[in-house]
Design a protein around this ligand. Structure first.
Ligand code: PGA
Length: 250
C-alpha cells in the first residue's frame, strides 16, 4: 500500500474574525507548490467565507467539531451537514479541548465520526494522553483505548486521519521526544491494522502539540509521522508556511 499523502492542518480554535482571512488567502496561494495536503480549520463562523475566498486553490477547509445529529434542538451546535454546505471537506473530532472541556467520551467522538462519514467529511480524529497518564506509564494504553473507542467500524475503507496530540504538549511549548512520538505512532498504526486489517496502513497519522517552525522539520522527518495538526502557529501564514516548508514532499 502506498504511504498516505502527508497532511498539514491548522486548527484556529476560537481565534479569527473576517480580518484574519488574508492569512488563509496567503496559505491558499502557497498550497499548489506545497507538495503536501494543506488544510485550515477555522471557527464555524468563518468556514463558509474561507471556503469561498480560497475556492479554486488546493487549500482544504475543515470544521473543528460537529454534532452527531443532522439537525434538532441542540443549541450552539453545528451539524456535519451544515459544515459540508459551508464548504468544509474535513472535520477535527475528539480534540482534547472538546474531550476535557465539553465532556466528550470515546463513544461521543465515535458518533460524531459516523455523522461526518454520513456526509462525506474526512474526519481528523484526535487522541492523546495527559501529563499524569504519561508519568504513570499509561500513555500507550490510553491512546490505544481512545483509538478503539473513538473509531467506528464503518471507517473501514473510508478516508480518515488520526492525530496524536499529547494533552500536555498542546499550547505549552513542550513536545515529546522523537522516540516517544515514534513509539506512540507505532502503537496507533498497530491498532489501526488490528481494527481494519491491511486498510489500517492507509490513514495518515499526524502529530500535534506545540508544532512550530523550529521543531517541525525533525518531527515531520520521522517515517511514522504523516503530517501535523498545528494550533497557535497556524494563525499566521508565515509561521504555517515555514512549518510546511520543513515537511518531506509526498
Ligand atoms: P498547539 O495546538 O499547536 O497550539 O499546541 C495544537 C492543537 O491543539 O491542535
Amino acid at each position: 500500500m502506498t504511504p498516505p499523502t502527508p497532511l498539514i492542518a491548522g486548527n484556529w480554535k476560537m481565534n479569527g474574525t473576517g480580518q484574519a482571512l488574508g492569512e488563509a488567502r496567503a496559505i491558499a496561494e502557497a498550497a499548489t507548490a506545497a507538495g503536501v495536503r494543506l488544510a485550515l480549520c477555522p471557527p464555524a463562523t468563518l468556514v463558509e467565507r474561507m471556503s469561498r475566498e480560497t475556492a479554486g486553490s488546493k487549500l482544504e477547509i475543515g470544521g473543528q467539531d460537529c454534532h452527531s445529529e443532522a439537525a434538532g434542538a441542540f443549541t450552539g451546535d453545528v451539524s456535519a451537514e451544515m459544515l459540508v454546505e459551508a464548504g468544509a471537506r474535513l472535520v477535527i473530532l475528539g480534540h482534547s479541548e472538546r474531550r476535557a472541556g465539553h465532556g466528550e467520551s470515546d463513544a461521543t467522538v465515535a458518533a460524531k465520526v459516523s455523522a461526518a462519514l454520513r456526509v462525506g467529511l474526512e474526519p481528523i480524529i484526535c487522541v492523546g494522553e495527559t501529563r499524569a497518564e504519561r508519568e504513570e506509564g499509561r500513555a500507550l494504553a490510553v491512546v490505544t483505548r481512545q483509538i478503539r473507542g473513538s473509531l467506528p467500524a464503518e471507517l473501514s475503507g473510508k478516508a480518515f486521519t488520526v492525530a496524536y496530540e499529547p494533552v500536555w504538549a498542546i499550547g505549552t511549548g513542550l513536545t515529546p521526544t522523537l522516540e516517544d512520538i515514534t513509539e506512540v505512532h507505532h502503537a496507533i498504526r498497530a491498532t489501526l491494522k488490528d481494527m481494519f486489517g491491511a486498510e489500517g496502513a492507509a490513514p495518515a497519522i499526524l502529530y500535534g502539540g506545540s508544532v512550530k517552525p523550529g521543531n517541525a522539520a525533525e518531527i515531520l522527518a520521522l517515517p511514522e509521522v504523516g503530517g501535523a495538526l498545528v494550533g497557535g502557529a497556524s494563525l499566521k501564514a508565515a509561521d504555517f508556511l515555514a512549518i510546511v516548508a520543513g515537511a518531506p514532499k509526498a
